[in-house]
Design a protein around this ligand. Structure first.
Ligand code: F6P
Length: 372
């Protein structure tokens, strides 16, 4: 961890990168109020780093002044008032060539210079794994920065939890609750696909809390015959409906994750596994099946009180970290406290569901099957 005596901060900037997550605005508000309290000026970069890399696209300014007024009443709002982007990474910036191909270039030096041109002394960058990788490079190139972790997927290493996850799980549970009555009324199998990328946190937590019968997660490859066995078993016991929660990154034993799209310079888009699982259940069991893909609904809406509190704590802690002379660190939750960890330690390893976690054991004790 780098703790150095830096010159005093006059101007601090904030950026939000990657997919949005409920709680981003709460972080922004906490950063702005905590920084203003220290007499610092605060600036927001538009749409990830696009405000600095593509200034011509922002006639009103790619870097905007943030005041007490601009962050009033935003703690409970989903999304981010700064905008975000999960394309145009400065490390793999896509250039569209005349022959239709795409070349990726590294624009990180240019980005560091742009911060200097705007006389920004330090950056608080809020983002997921992609944004943390960018932050790590910018920090190595001398930009004084602190990262705040964000993702609804809860798959970031070195922090107990990220804001957005609780809101996503809450919405998924409400959706599963609603699906129970219609599934029971029609005697159908209801397949609910949830986000989470290559980790099964959202599926596991919402599936257990929402009383699903089957939960399919990336960490436990499934056998569709085991899923159908469960459907039949429930029928024999007089429960003519089954609720299957499937993580978008789930895959069959010996099979691959279901990819919707591969895009240059961006993470592959996952999706489609819900439809596959449903089609196989119908083909093998003959049961009528319906699919609900919760998708981006999980990213919207007002953050829960839990997520707001995490977000506000992370934002205020990021300002304290800078004041404390920290740089190249990420704020992390280690209950009951927040702490700083080197960004490099959080990178490169995804936090997936441990198979020996008590929530997995709890699910199995309750009769939930994972298809293994
Ligand atoms: O990482 C958050 C997340 O919502 C994932 O759960 C999902 O796979 C991905 O982002 C979707 O990204 P996009 O908004 O680009 O479709």
């Amino acid at each position: 961890m780098t703790k150095t005596s830096y010159p005093p901060i006059h101007r601090v900037a904030i950026s939000t990168g990657g997919g949005d997550a409920p709680g981003l605005n709460a972080v922004i508000r906490a950063v702005v109020l905590s920084a203003l309290k220290r007499g610092w000026e605060v600036y927001g970069i538009r749409d990830g780093f696009n405000g600095l890399l593509l200034p011509e696209q922002y006639p009103e300014g790619g870097v905007i002044r943030l005041t007490r007024e601009t962050v009033r009443g935003i703690t409970h709002l989903g999304g981010t008032i700064l905008g975000t982007s999960n394309r145009n990474s400065p490390l793999h910036y896509p250039i569209h060539l005349p022959d239709g191909t795409i070349e990726e270039v590294d624009r990180s030096d240019e980005l560091v210079r742009a911060f200097r041109l705007h006389h920004i002394d330090a950056l608080i960058t809020i983002g997921g794994d992609g944004s943390l990788a960018i932050a790590n490079v910018l920090a190595q190139k001398g930009l004084r920065l602190v990262a705040v972790p964000k993702t609804i997927d809860n798959d970031l290493n070195k922090t107990d939890v990220t804001f957005g996850f609780d809101t996503a799980v809450g919405f998924a549970v409400e959706s599963i609750d609603r699906l129970h009555s219609t599934a029971a009324s029609h005697g159908r199998v209801m397949v609910v696909e949830v986000m989470g990328r290559y980790a099964g946190w959202i599926a596991l937590h919402s599936g257990v809390a929402g009383s699903a019968d089957v939960i399919l997660i990336p960490e436990i490859p499934y056998d569709i015959n085991k899923v159908v066995e469960k459907v039949h078993q429930r029928d024999e016991q007089g429960s003519h409906f089954t609720i299957v929660v499937v993580a978008e990154g789930a895959k069959p034993i010996g099979g691959e994750v279901s990819v919707l799209e591969k895009q240059s310079g961006r993470a592959e888009r996952l999706g489609g596994i819900g439809e596959k699982v449903a089609a196989e259940i119908t083909a093998i069991s003959g049961k009528e099946t319906r699919v609900v893909v919760l998708g981006h609904l999980l990213r919207g809406g007002t953050p829960t009180a839990f997520d707001r509190l995490i977000a506000l704590r992370f934002g205020a802690a990021a300002v304290r970290a800078l004041e404390d002379g920290q740089a190249g660190v990420m704020i992390a939750l280690e209950p009951p406290n927040v702490k700083y960890v080197p960004i490099s330690e959080a990178l490169g390893k995804m936090k997936t569901v441990p198979l020996d976690s008590d929530i997995v054991y709890t699910a199995r004790d309750l009769g939930v099957i994972f298809g293994d």
